[in-house]
Each structure stands twice: as C-alpha cells, then as structure tokens.
Design a protein around this ligand. Structure first.
Ligand SMILES: Nc1ncnc2c1ncn2[C@@H]1O[C@H](COP(=O)(O)OP(=O)(O)OP(=O)(O)O)[C@@H](O)[C@H]1O
Length: 227
C-alpha cells in the first residue's frame, strides 16, 4: 500500500440528482462521511436510497456530483477523467454483487490483469494473485475459468481482484447479495478477514443488518443524507 492518508475518504456535502421522465430526483442531498485507514463501514439503506450512487461517487466512476470528494487526500472534484482513473487504479478496489470476472481468463489471470496495468512485473503479479487466492481457499482453483467455479468461488476471485493492487479503500456493493445465505456468510467472513489482514478500509453497501453488525461502524442512507 502507498502511504496512508487519514482519512482515506472524505465526502463533504456530496449531492447527486437524476432526471427521470422530466422529473428531477435528488438522490444524494448532502452526504458527509469520513473513513479512517483500515476502518470497515457498513452502508445500509432501503432499495433506491442511493447506496450504489454513493459508491459510484467515491469510486470516481462518473462525474455529475456536487460537493467535494477526497480520496487519500486528493480532491477528486478538480480532476479530469484520466486523472480520476489514475486515482481509482492507485487507491480503490471494487467488489460488485455480480462478479464481473472476464470469462475467457482463469482465476489467477483475472487477479493478475489489474496489476499488469500498473506496470508491475508479471512474476510479482502472479505471486500476489496466488497469495490472495490461496488465502481465500482457492489454491486448488487457480487455473479454473469463472464458468468452472461456483458462485461463492467466483465472488472470492472478485474479492482477490479488488485487493490485488493493495487499495487504501475497498468499495463493495452487496458483495454477497447474489449468494445463498450459508455461502454468503462464509464468503463475507473471508472477505472481512482478508480486508482486515490487508489493512484496507472498506465501505460495504448491504441490506443485511447481520452482516452490517460484523463491521466496525454502520452508516445509514435515508432521504439523501447519512444518519
Ligand atoms: N443513471 C441513472 N439515471 C437515472 N436515475 C438513476 C440512475 N442511477 C440511479 N438512479 C436512481 O437513483 C436512485 C438511487 O439508486 P441506487 O441504485 O443508487 O440505489 P440503491 O440504494 O443502491 O438501491 P438498491 O439497494 O436497490 O441497489 C433510484 O431512484 C434510481 O432509479
């Protein structure tokens, strides 16, 4: 991990509106949040409350936000598209509800690819991917393509991919929402243990109060603000 900056993420009065059928909807109405290094925060809120929109804001995936978003001390609101992509690459890892693995690449290759983009030598990327996948219990599945893995295994590969570049911040959007309860519990416990072991901070959107209770802190999105 690069030098740690405290807070890892700071949102100041972040706003986001969408037009739907000619009607303006204010989804985020002034969100304020600070996440400390290594802190694992649950983001709860009803369906449609804006959890994914908030993760997209922090992940610098889209423009169109009001307010200030700072990632590792960098004010992202002032950056262009390429600079935002660089901040994302250097500081953020994503896990989605659906794994989004590349189907034509095996597990280890899926974890190696985001590392190669940073210019790291292939042998180092392979070693890091093997370390992460083994820690997640996938040491015997390294060369399996996603279609040859179970849903829980696919999601674990996605977790390894998110952590590959040692991000300061992991953003997870319902990371186990697509799994049955028993598998979800197991994968989530592995996710938490690995993120803690790596020392990354995380913001995890979930509907699941039980999973939320296992995290360091819970924030709730309601009427466009955090409570
Ligand atoms: N690109 C878009 N264009 C128009 N409206 C959008 C867009 N993205 C999100 N919205 C609207 O913003 C609101 C919040 O959506 P969002 O997906 O962030 O909620 P959520 O809390 O993540 O929901 P869920 O728990 O169901 O995933 C919804 O009303 C949604 O329809």
């Amino acid at each position: 991990m690069n030098d740690i900056v405290d807070p890892v993420v700071r949102l100041t009065d972040v706003t986001r509106s969408f037009e739907q059928g000619g009607v303006k909807i204010d989804v985020l109405r002034g969100v304020n949040l600070e996440v400390r290094p290594g802190e694992i925060v649950a983001l709860l809120g009803p369906s449609g409350s804006g959890k994914s929109t908030m993760l997209q804001a922090i992940g610098l995936l889209e423009g169109g936000f009001g307010g200030k978003i700072e990632i590792a001390g960098i004010d992202a609101s002032k950056l262009g598209k390429d600079q935002r992509a660089a901040v994302r690459r250097d500081h953020i890892g994503f896990v989605y509800q659906f794994h989004h693995l590349l189907p034509d690449f095996n597990a280890i290759e899926n974890v190696v690819l985001p590392q190669l983009i940073t210019g790291k030598p292939r042998t180092e990327c392979d070693a890091r991917a093997t370390e992460l996948l083994t820690a997640l219990g996938l040491g015997a599945r390294l060369e399996h393509r996603p279609s040859k893995l179970s849903g829980g295994e696919q999601q674990r590969v996605a977790v390894a991919r998110a952590l590959a570049n040692r991000p300061h911040m992991v953003l997870a959007d319902e990371p186990t929402g697509n799994l049955d309860e028993a598998t979800a519990d197991k994968v989530f416990a592995q996710f938490l243990a690995l993120v803690r072991g790596e020392g990354s901070a995380a913001l995890v959107a979930t509907h699941n109060e039980r999973l939320a209770a296992a995290m360091d802190r819970v924030v709730r999105l309601h009427d466009g603000v955090l409570t």
